[in-house]
Design a protein around this ligand. Structure first.
Ligand code: NAP
Length: 249
């Protein structure tokens, strides 16, 4: 198997389960060492790290709240210290706290913006000096098609993901002159714990919306993230790639 990420080191946030865990596995299969950041799912992140070590990769699980600037800086320093370097960053950690806007609490608004947008920025900010210093690096942020089209009951989530898209484009401009690529993957409905608790009617609507007539799988997102981190994507930056089976054409 061709290993596009051989010899690389990548930090993935929210890597304990769901899309983040699938990304960590795919990167390791393609040859990258991986630092797996998580908070509530830290034990899961440790188990995934163990799997990756069994594949012959270096892997370390790090406990951090992504929305904490100091914790982000500490996690990036730990990743560099343990893996010996850092070539890639995947800002994947995210949460939902759905409610219609007129019933949205301040706590639900703040929690989603803190994790999804501030958390993404905190890790990009922490990794930027490393990538600028070596004049090389690749960042992939994870948004959502709902940040592009909006979604009933998700004003906080849609705003946070639209923010991630704007952030990605701004960072691509800021870091491009230093040889750093910054891109975004915007998934549609992917089968994970985040979506497992949604009402069946919501799931059915997502299937109907999709041109391919099915939900997405975590490895289908991970494959695109791995491509964007690889040298094959070196002339792509500031790009938003939907992985949604045509849910939002
Ligand atoms: P998931 O299964 O809920 O996994 C999210 C991971 O992020 C969990 O391990 C979670 O751990 C971690 N996390 C949450 N808050 C954190 C924090 N403050 N600090 C560190 N880690 C934290 O979600 P998923 O479905 O895989 O989603 C992954 C990303 O894809 C998210 O950004 C999501 O918005 C995006 N996305 C998902 C879908 C979908 O259909 N699943 C669609 C579009 C976009 P704890 O919560 O236990 O701390």
């Amino acid at each position: 198997m061709k290993r596009d990420l051989a010899g690389q080191a990548t930090l993935v946030t929210g890597a304990g389960r769901g899309i983040g865990a699938a990304i960590a596995r795919e990167l390791a299969l393609q040859g990258s060492d991986v630092a797996l950041v998580d908070l509530g799912a830290f034990d899961d992140a440790e188990r995934v790290a163990e799997e990756l070590r069994a594949l012959g990769r270096q892997a370390v699980a790090l406990r951090a709240d992504v929305s904490d600037f100091a914790a982000a800086e500490h996690a990036v320093a730990e990743a560099v210290g343990t893996l010996g370097k850092l070539d890639g960053l995947v800002c994947n950690a995210g949460i939902t706290r759905d409610a219609v806007s007129w019933k949205m609490t301040e706590a639900a608004w703040d929690a989603v913006l803190d994790v999804n947008l501030k958390g993404c920025f905190a890790f990009c900010r922490a990794a930027a000096p490393v990538f600028r210093g070596q004049r090389r690096g690749s960042i992939v942020t994870i948004a959502s098609i709902n940040g592009m089209r909006g979604k009933f009951g998700q004003s906080n989530y849609a705003a946070s993901k639209a923010g991630v898209i704007g952030l990605t484009k701004a960072l691509a401009r800021e870091l491009g002159p230093s040889g750093v690529n910054v891109n975004c993957v915007a998934p549609g409905f992917i089968r994970t714990e985040m979506t497992a608790s949604l009402p069946p009617a919501v799931v059915e609507r997502a299937v109907e919306e999709s041109a391919l007539g099915r939900l997405g799988e975590t490895d289908e997102v991970a494959a695109v993230v791995a491509f964007l981190l690889s040298d094959r994507a070196r002339y792509i930056t500031g790009e938003i790639i939907k992985v949604d089976g045509g849910q939002y054409i």
